[in-house]
Design a protein around this ligand. Structure first.
Ligand code: PEP
Ligand code: MN
Length: 369
């Protein structure tokens, strides 16, 4: 497969010149003319750069509020015009695209439940051929980076070059403090591969609750994201969708005032020297870790040989349980999270099994080669 390439113009080249950190805010859904006007008016005092509002809501259950529908488009657009804010809506099919373009919506976004479906993304991309409009793409609900990248490629091929990625977390079956697991390594990998593609975080859909939004927002900025998309509603307690995760404009104002925006690079020589020293220490610690892991693998190979001679299976569940228990207890004393220690043990164990499997299945003839 050809390595992916995403063409995206920098945010300061967008039609309304965004600047870092880009703050996108607005209600989960447009519910009435009064609601979107009151919300937009309050938000316009907070230096937000783009007003969001869902018109068609992708809801899990059919009895939930499905969005106000097409009539809300003009309310959203007018609320934006009155407050000098460009506006954005979610589109999930070509009909949404057509209606949003007719209503002169400034930016479109593709939701997580749509990014997951290449047929729909292609239909949207086809409907946008020849249209000059910025498009933001949320990550797919499943943790698959390639699918996210595929959506940008499809849009690029239709001539859309003003693109932005929105990280909104990933569905999980397991219980966690978040509604959607952040899996930070996925957007970090996206940024590593496509450093010019603007990336914003949507802490509202990651957290699912108001209380976690400020800390997630700060993490995102500290990871050098270009901005945030945060749900804000004039009266979140009565919202018809996502009411636990929407902030009042006042609460959003407080969050923004408390955010620390750090620089991604500095030119203070003393600081850079110290940073280099610390990085050297990290480099040598990493090297020591690798030497130790390699040493551990050679012991695993000896064990493999021994098990082979005694016709014993590679895996003994009791031993594996014991490793998990003792290592997480020891990790806890060293202020390492149990989650991390278990993941690390699993990785090491997998590699160790690979070595032992190789030894076990080595034929005498192979050895001679
Ligand atoms: C939304 O932004 O309101 C929305 C439906 O988001 P997501 O696609 O991330 O679930
Ligand atoms: Mn929502």
């Amino acid at each position: 497969m050809v390595p992916a390439q995403i063409n995206s113009s920098p945010i300061d080249k967008w039609p309304f010149q965004l600047s870092r950190p880009v703050i996108i805010a607005g209600p989960c859904g447009v519910e009435s003319e009064e609601q979107i006007f009151a919300t937009a008016k309050a938000l316009s005092k907070l230096n937000i750069q783009l007003l969001r509002g869902g018109i068609w809501k992708p809801r899990t259950r059919p009895d939930s509020f499905q969005g106000i529908g097409s009539e809300g488009l003009k309310w959203l657009k007018n609320a934006g015009l009155e407050n000098n804010l460009p506006v954005t809506v979610e589109v999930a099919n070509p009909k949404h695209v057509e209606e949003a373009l007719n209503a002169k919506i400034d930016v479109l976004w593709i939701g997580a439940r749509t990014t997951v479906n290449p047929f729909l993304v292609q239909e949207i991309a086809d409907a946008l051929r020849g249209v000059d409009i910025p498009v933001m793409v949320k990550n797919p609900i499943n943790p698959e980076l390639e699918l996210w990248i595929g959506a940008f490629e499809r849009l690029n091929r239709s001539g859309i070059n003003q693109l932005m990625a929105i990280h909104r977390g990933f569905s999980t079956f397991s219980k966690s403090k978040y509604r959607n697991a952040p899996n930070w390594q996925i957007p970090i990998e996206l940024k590593r591969r496509f450093p010019d593609l603007p990336l914003v975080c949507d802490p509202s859909h990651i957290s699912g609750v108001r209380s976690l939004i400020p800390s997630l927002s700060q993490i995102a900025l500290d990871l050098n994201y270009d901005g945030l998309m945060i749900e804000s509603h004039i009266n979140p307690y009565e919202a018809q969708s996502d009411k636990d995760q929407q902030l009042t404009p006042d609460a959003l104002g407080e969050l923004l005032a408390n955010l620390v925006v750090r620089q991604s690079s500095v030119d203070d020589v003393m600081f850079l020297n110290l940073l280099d020293e610390l990085r050297d220490r990290i480099n040598s610690i990493d090297e020591r870790i690798l030497v130790l892991v390699a040493e551990r693998m050679s012991v695993a190979r000896e064990i493999g040989q021994y098990k082979k001679e005694n016709n014993m299976t590679i895996l003994q569940v009791e031993r594996w349980n014991d490793i998990l228990k003792t290592r997480s207890q020891s990790g806890e004393m060293k202020e390492l999270s149990t989650d991390f220690v278990i993941k690390l043990c699993e990785l090491i164990h997998e590699e160790s099994i690979r070595h032992q499997t190789e030894i076990m299945n080595l034929k005498e003839a192979d050895k001679a080669k």
